[in-house]
Design a protein around this ligand. Structure first.
Ligand code: HEM
Length: 241
């Protein structure tokens, strides 16, 4: 190692950012992995196969990125939207026609939501195709199923918020279907709508679920999911086979 690199990596400034020296030896290489917020998801030693783009296509990571974009655009949409049946639709029309970049903001959120569902399904298909649902990852597969349901729940609850004809009738059909579920059907429908039919109570509930409860649950469950990926030894391609 050239001496100037040595002096930089030994300086107090470098050490305040990075808690390791130049990664040209096994100890510093493993410290790079364990002390970095992004790298520590991976085990210290990895199988080359798991690093190939074509192994996972980075689909899980893409879901995390799209969820980040949805959170940011959703937060900005909250500046213009009121969850009240008299205002919701006109708020959305105003956003699209009068607010600078309003149409772009709304479309980013809407297309992002579609993309997240597609990516989650593709990620699930990849996990299945590579057999990564098998022990010891069967628990993480179940955690993944919870994430799939939460993703679908976020899309479903978001659909009502524009309060246009499409939203109103789609949620009427969706909640009626839920009402036919055995045993808990009518309670589930009542829980979602807050009354016998779609009105202000339903909009308030869908809004609370969409902007608070479901995103908070996605953050929590995704943290558990990623922690399990790490504890199960990284991607399945790392297993000795
Ligand atoms: C919000 C939804 C989800 C997020 C953010 C997410 C995120 C991730 C990430 C970042 C990884 C690491 C590797 C990769 O990129 O593939 C991963 C792995 C994994 N995911 Fe997901 N995931 C989600 C949904 C699901 C679903 C629906 C399933 C299955 C039902 C699932 C099952 C798994 C399993 C078993 C692994 C380990 C894969 C392996 O060892 O090769 N995940 N997930």
């Amino acid at each position: 190692m050239p001496t100037w690199i040595e002096s930089i990596t030994r300086s107090r400034l470098w050490r305040s950012f990075f808690r390791h020296g130049w990664p040209d030896n096994p100890l510093d290489r493993s410290l790079v992995m364990t002390s970095n917020i992004f790298f520590h998801l991976h085990p210290v030693k990895m199988n080359r196969k798991s690093l190939r783009v074509t192994y996972s296509f980075g689909l899980g990571v893409m879901v995390v990125i799209v969820f980040g974009i949805l959170s940011l655009t959703g937060l900005l949409l909250m500046f213009y939207y009121t969850p009240a049946i008299e205002h919701a639709y006109s708020n959305v029309v105003r956003l699209q026609t009068q607010v600078p970049f309003g149409q772009l903001l709304r479309n980013l959120h809407r297309w992002g939501a579609h993309l997240m569902v597609i990516l989650v399904v593709l990620h699930m298909a990849r996990v299945f195709y590579t057999g990564a649902y098998k022990p010891p990852r069967e628990f993480n597969w179940v955690v993944g199923v919870v994430l799939l349901l939460l993703t679908l729940g976020a899309s479903f609850t978001g659909y009502l918020l524009p309060w246009d004809q499409l939203a109103y009738w789609a949620i009427t059909v969706g909640t009626s279907v839920a009402g036919y579920a055995p045993l808990v059907g009518s309670q589930a429908r009542l829980f979602l709508l807050g009354g016998p039919e779609i009105g202000q109570e339903a909009l308030t509930r869908f809004y609370a679920l969409h902007v608070m409860l479901i995103p908070a649950a996605i953050v929590l469950v995704t943290s558990l999911h990623l922690w399990r990926v790490r504890k199960d030894g990284g991607l399945a391609a790392n297993d000795a086979d």
